[in-house]
Write a protein that binds this ligand. Structure first.
Ligand SMILES: Nc1ncnc2c1ncn2[C@@H]1O[C@H](COP(=O)(O)OP(=O)(O)OP(=O)(O)O)[C@@H](O)[C@H]1O
Ligand SMILES: [Mg+2]
Length: 355
């Protein structure tokens, strides 16, 4: 695909009849649209005899058609009694290769994000997925944390993904009925993943579009921390139903949550709300409730930012054990306050989305 600069340079090599400036510099270009391998250029040039105008159309069409990646050219020329120079147009960037067609069986893709690491995205993703599956939804869980995959461990999904005859891969069904895909199933967990840039994006694309997810009501995407390339690439290539932002009650984490929110807003991804994780701790022996990391910060932040507050998940040491042994609290201790909080979260998410 030619770059915007290359397209404009090519157009600017030509002049309108009677003009000495290039078409772009002279303000004759009204519109340039690139759609896959097709390009449309609309020009407005001073009125004059048809011969030179037809000549311009032919020469410009040939030049554009010779650009790599372009096979259809439509040059439309409007003649005007006087041309009013306008600023050179922005070429509309070609749409990114859409991953949508290949995953059209997935009704809602929900990203679980945070501005900061270690706040509980993976824990929330695993338990939310499981709570939705318990409510009889068809659920997939994609571990998009390519550098630090954790869903293999958290969900208890084991084994190696099997291939399909057409070169796709089956996700692994975790206990509780969630279909999980993680780079952790594919690369050796002890080897550092050193993919950068395009390769990293390719890995993400494959983890989504080359996986035989089947028909899903929800695909929960456990994102890496922060607002890096993976998050950006996901938002740009997939039609997300929305993003859930996880935060802990501390101020620092809340500031980071604001950053995450700003990024999703910029990318036009709906933020479904904020979840405060590691909120109150209830002492198992005396029942005393302690807000170790502060209290109410998530709700206040959500209110301040004008986004829904999706609830608090209590700080519960057994979540750590469950996470390390593949036994999410939702299935392992369904009567615990933490499990109930995840079930409530799942109800809220399901209530706000169409299935
Ligand atoms: N509510 C909770 N109570 C107690 N421990 C929790 C809770 N939520 C998460 N944890 C623990 O905190 C640690 C970090 O959680 P988790 O891995 O889910 O965070 P993360 O945001 O996905 O981290 P990363 O940014 O590294 O991907 C884990 O050991 C997890 O078991
Ligand atoms: Mg994580």
């Amino acid at each position: 695909m030619p770059t915007e600069q290359k397209i404009l340079e090519t157009i600017n090599r030509f002049t309108a009849p009677g003009s000495t400036s290039g078409l772009v510099d002279g303000g004759a270009v009204r519109n340039v649209e690139v759609d896959g391998a097709a390009i449309l250029v609309a020009l407005a040039v001073p009125a004059g005899p048809p011969g030179p105008i037809d000549g311009l159309r032919t020469a410009l069409s040939e030049a554009l058609a010779s650009l790599d990646g372009i096979d259809t050219v439509d040059v439309q020329i409007q003649t005007m009694l006087s041309t009013i120079p306008v600023a050179p147009p922005q070429v509309q960037a070609p749409l990114p290769p859409s991953w949508g067609e290949k995953i059209s069986g997935i009704k809602n893709i929900i990203a679980v994000a945070s501005g900061k690491g270690g706040v509980g995205k993976s824990t929330v993703s695993a338990n939310l997925a499981l709570a939705l599956a318990q409510a009889d939804y068809a659920v997939g869980l994609l571990d998009a944390d390519i550098y630090g995959p954790s869903q293999q461990m958290m969900t208890g999904a084991t084994g190696s993904p099997k291939g399909t005859p057409d070169g796709r891969i089956h996700p692994i069904m975790a206990p509780g009925g969630v279909n999980v895909m993680s780079i952790g199933f594919i690369v050796d967990a002890d080897q550092p993943v050193i993919w950068r840039g395009p390769l990293l994006m390719k890995a993400l694309e494959q983890l989504i579009v080359d996986v035989e997810w089947g028909d899903l009501d929800y695909l929960i995407v456990d994102l890496p921390p922060g607002t890096g390339d993976i998050t950006l690439s996901l938002c740009q290539n997939v039609d997300l139903a929305g993003a859930v932002i996880v935060t802990t009650p501390q101020d620092v984490a809340l500031i980071d949550a604001r950053k995450g929110l700003a990024m999703f807003q910029k990318l036009d991804v709906e933020v479904l709300g904020l979840i405060e994780n590691m909120a109150a701790y209830t002492c198992p022996s005396c029942g005393n409730v302690d807000h170790i990391f502060g209290s109410g910060g998530g709700r206040r932040t959500a209110e301040g930012l004008g986004i829904p507050f999706l609830g608090e998940i209590p700080l519960d040491p057994s979540i750590v054990v469950g996470g390390d042994t593949g036994k999410p609290v939702v299935s392992d201790r369904p009567d615990s306050p933490a499990a109930r909080a995840f079930v409530e979260l799942a109800k809220t998410i399901a209530g706000n989305s169409s299935v």
